[in-house]
Design a protein around this ligand. Structure first.
Ligand SMILES: [Fe+2]
Length: 607
């Protein structure tokens, strides 16, 4: 008997939908890509529509629809929190009430109405969804599973054990004690946006000294050996207020939070270094505890905190587990996938078989456009292009352009599921170029960034360039550039202050080497992405370097491009030199004048 299941996540952050059929992930996509509203949290109508189309079925063919968390439990937690701290928090309580009373509590009605669906609507628990998204697609028959995020219903982290088609939660940490929210509190305090700026804090950390670690452990969190902890809520405002931290926190760290537009100072860098160190310590204890209570050899990770690839690199190098698999859509988007897989294995009690590779299919699970569709678009818009008859010639040409330090938009195949572009909706550049980081940041992404770009490397040569002995297909592990490719800083360069160090050439692939010689690596595999692999082979043959810059195809504040129209607009609005869509090559210099009202700059907050 066939089972087709629609998984949905929505109403918190990064709404998404996915369809699982007979255990295979047929389609998965985030709503933001269609609505062009970053981290869109609304009901994912567009993503659902796409998934159903991709699965070539209709709503009537769905055997179940499942939502990734339990709204009534979440509502209980909200009420309990309010009653515990009342009358504090009345304002935030009143702000959140209308959406709960109007939408969240009546979710099964909304799902039925929106989809015209009269079948089963099921609910899984939030951390169960994360854990399932980490274990079921993994290549492991058995594994320990760790999930860490801000908060679901009550849980903020969990340890689980997976075996075949079953998954059992063994322990949980509960709200308000949350590693995700602690990290977000520091994201807020250092002047970045909560729920998206966490990456920046991680990137800023190597510029600072972790001089506040003691203060954090003495005042903010009481950490136990098993990785569980109690937070001192006198310093935090998130349970009751509209901000993350309060005045006591400001006194502890010598002043108020940095205003988003204000200059970064040494204090923010030191705070970033400190919270990163504390986070790694907590994670390592949780991971050790997971090993202790499960005795398993493999570890699966998910939840927003699993996107902290610096911490993931530490877990990998610690050797506590023999092997590590991380769900690429580790945040709440991936909850849709975990929920659908949970229903397939637990509710429908289906068998699970594992293969040597995982079942995530490179995370290329989203929309794609055929060459015919792309050509039609180009013709309608009067866009000038050069068609290539075969992919070897196309890859040869693009590799040559990259060696000339051209920046190339690369739009191919199915869109990635999860926050990273993995070579299908990517902007590419020469990693050897000392100018590339600056050029891509200022002319293409419109940001002045202290973060380096990420490298895509041929999997066959990854260990010759990076201190990494395993695969990292989803760009979720950080490791150092190998010693013989590093360039040591001179004494003068070492004396430079924080961000002044940004432009120092630190290796033979400077565009992707961070201040501490680390890099966030994507290993590229022929099996999952033959075209991108071919491009890298051509680049390697020309240069002896199997590494290129791979950054997501978007500007700051914009979701990654979904369609040829999105890609062309992004190409024309930025300093990108070439765009490749399918087998068509577009040169910026050949393009007609692009009529654009500039309003997009406001939408993406670029001005
Ligand atoms: Fe979550």
């Amino acid at each position: 008997m066939s089972h087709t299941i629609l998984g949905i996540s929505a109403y918190y952050h990064d709404s998404a939908a996915c369809i699982v059929r007979n255990g295979e992930i047929v389609a998965a996509a985030q709503e933001e890509r269609f609505t062009r509203k970053k981290h869109d949290q609304n009901f994912p109508s567009h993503a659902i529509q796409y998934c159903i189309k991709e699965a070539r079925c209709s709503v009537a063919d769905l055997d179940a629809v499942v939502f990734y968390d339990k709204p009534f439990l979440k509502f209980n937690r909200l009420l309990e929190t309010y009653l515990t701290f009342a009358p504090k928090g009345f304002r935030s309580f009143m702000i959140s009430m209308p959406i709960w009373l109007k939408e969240k509590l009546w979710l099964s009605d909304i799902i039925s109405e929106e989809l015209h669906y009269d079948g089963k609507v099921l609910f899984t628990e939030h951390h169960e969804s994360h854990a399932a998204s980490a274990f079921f697609p993994s290549p492991y028959e058995r594994a320990a599973i760790v999930t860490i995020d801000g908060v679901g219903e009550y849980a903020t982290s969990s340890i689980a054990a997976g075996n075949g088609n079953t998954l059992k939660i063994l322990s949980e940490q509960h709200f308000p004690h949350s590693l995700g929210l602690l990290y977000s509190a520091f994201t807020y305090f250092t002047g970045f946006k909560v729920n998206s700026g966490e990456y920046k804090v991680m990137g800023l950390a190597p510029y600072g000294e972790p001089r506040f670690v003691r203060t954090i452990f003495d005042h903010l969190i009481d950490l136990r050996e098993d990785g569980s902890f109690t937070m001192n809520m006198e310093y935090f405002n998130y349970a009751v207020g509209l901000t993350m931290t309060n005045n006591r926190m400001s006194s502890l760290f010598g002043g108020p939070p940095r205003k988003p537009e204000a200059m970064l100072t040494q204090r923010e860098m030191d705070l970033a270094a400190s919270i990163q160190a504390v986070t790694e310590e907590v994670i390592m204890r949780i991971v050790r505890q997971a090993k202790k209570i499960t005795g398993e050899r493999n570890l699966c990770l998910a939840g927003g905190v699993a996107l902290n690839c610096v911490a993931n690199g530490k877990i990998y190098r610690s050797g506590i587990f023999d092997s590590l698999w991380i769900q690429p859509a580790a945040g709440d988007a991936g909850g849709a996938l975990g929920a659908a897989l949970t229903v397939y294995y637990h509710y429908f009690k289906q068998k699970r078989t594992t293969t040597v590779t995982d079942r995530q299919r490179g995370s290329y699970l989203g929309t794609q456009y055929s060459d015919t569709e792309i050509e039609q678009f180009l013709k309608i818009k009067n866009i000038r292009y050069v068609p290539f008859n075969n992919t070897p010639e196309l890859c040869e040409k693009v590799a040559e352009l990259l060696t000339q330090e051209k920046v190339v938009g690369w739009f191919q195949g199915r869109m990635e599921f999860g926050p990273r572009a993995l070579g299908n909706r990517s902007i590419l550049g020469d990693a050897r170029s000392s100018e590339m980081q600056k050029k891509m940041n200022l002319k293409i992404k419109f940001r002045e960034s202290f973060r380096p770009f990420a490298p895509a490397v041929l999997s066959e040569y990854a260990s010759e360039w990076f201190d990494l002995a395993c695969e990292s297909p989803y760009m979720l592990l950080v490791a150092d550039v190998v010693k013989n490719k590093q360039r040591m800083m001179t004494e003068g360069e070492r004396q430079l202050w924080g961000i002044e160090k940004l432009n120092i050439v630190r290796s033979s692939i400077p565009a992707v080497t961070h201040i501490d010689y680390s890099a966030r690596i994507q290993t590229v595999h022929r099996e999952t992405n033959p075209l991108f692999h071919q491009l890298l082979v051509n680049f390697y043959e020309k240069t002896g370097c199997p590494v290129i810059v791979n950054t997501s195809f978007n500007v700051r504040g914009e979701p990654i491009v979904e369609s040829p129209d999105d890609a062309y607009k992004c190409f024309m609005r930025t300093g990108m030199d070439f765009l490749v869509m399918g087998k068509y090559l577009l040169a910026k210099q050949d393009q007609p004048v692009f009529a654009d009202d500039g309003n997009w700059r406001k939408v993406y907050a670029l001005d």
